[in-house]
Design a protein around this ligand. Sequence first.
Ligand SMILES: C[S@@+](CC[C@H](N)C(=O)[O-])C[C@H]1O[C@@H](n2cnc3c(N)ncnc32)[C@H](O)[C@@H]1O
Length: 363
Amino acid sequence: MSGESIRPSVKAYCLKVPKQLGEKAIKLSTKLDILNGELEILRDGDYIFVPLKKSPIEEQLDEMKKEVAQFEISTCDFYRREKPIRSIVDFLSDKLPPHLLASVPRSIDFIGDIAIVEVPPELETHKRLIGEAILHVFRRVRSVLAKSSAISGVYRLREYEVIAGSDKTETVHKEYGCKYHLDPRKVYFSPRLSYERYRVASQVSEGETVIDMFAGVGPFSILIAKVRRNVLVYAVDINPNAIEYLTKNVYVNNVYGRVIPILGDTRDIIRSRLRGVADRVIMNLPERAIEYIDAACLAIKPSGGVIHYYEFSESPYVTEDAKERISEAIKGAGRRMEAILSERSVKEVAPFKWQIAVDIKIQ
Ligand SMILES: C[S@@+](CC[C@H](N)C(=O)[O-])C[C@H]1O[C@@H](n2cnc3c(N)ncnc32)[C@H](O)[C@@H]1O
């Protein structure tokens, strides 16, 4: 057989047939259960060499004689079939020892064509290999980022390190038919909130005025304006980069005039321009939302409305303590919590730490 290769080969029984009988020979050896599927079929000149698990017995040979006009049984050297790489663990299986393979991150966030992972300390020296594995398995990914800090600061950002692919971290993320231009290094964005955004948007009625107090690049605001034609959404954020992307996203999603991007501190904006205008307020700043309940209450129409409130909790449900605290804060702002419309755990953000959502009817 021609062709040189450094791939190791193994000797096995083979069924040699002229190439025009190849398909028949493969089908027959499959039917007789003697085809060796772990080895590659060889083609050489006018012949095909089908790898067999064992030498055919008398009856099998008789059947071959009936079905295939011309054949020969011998032994040859075959290459092993390469296993398809379907996961990052498959890709890394011959590159990392088993104890490290067990730590390979299973959870990957995809924002547009960017993949984001948390590399555990024991894999720190292998992080570029992990990045390569992700690029190899997820073909549409262009950059792989490793989280290198916790989320912090007023803008709720974290630091990332590019561990594979392009250094350009601006991307376009698609969610529920909307497109969001963003750079995760400059603005907050979590693909894990997609269902929560859909859940909130589907509660909005035609004719409502909504204030998205901590809007980011606009995933709540824009989805609302996409699913309801006759709404007005004020989308406020203090991060100039978020407002820049939000303004672009308003145009690319055709919601211009119905989503109004506003740069500034949400309390100042509500006090100066948005008192008593809202049927609904979204407070997606879980670590500090309680401090802004007064502003949310000021924004709600005198006739009442709904607040979508978020906070972090050490339990995956809304505790009585939390409800009491929220109710007191609303009372302190001169309004009353008429009812809790719904409560749910949105996502686990760390071990024993959850983001929870409470929909509150304000009188
Ligand atoms: C957790 S992010 C939520 C972003 C967006 N709602 C989303 O789902 O992607 C909170 C946002 O609030 C903004 N922010 C923080 N404090 C603010 C304030 N006082 N006024 C307006 N925006 C604020 C941050 O810049 C950040 O974009």
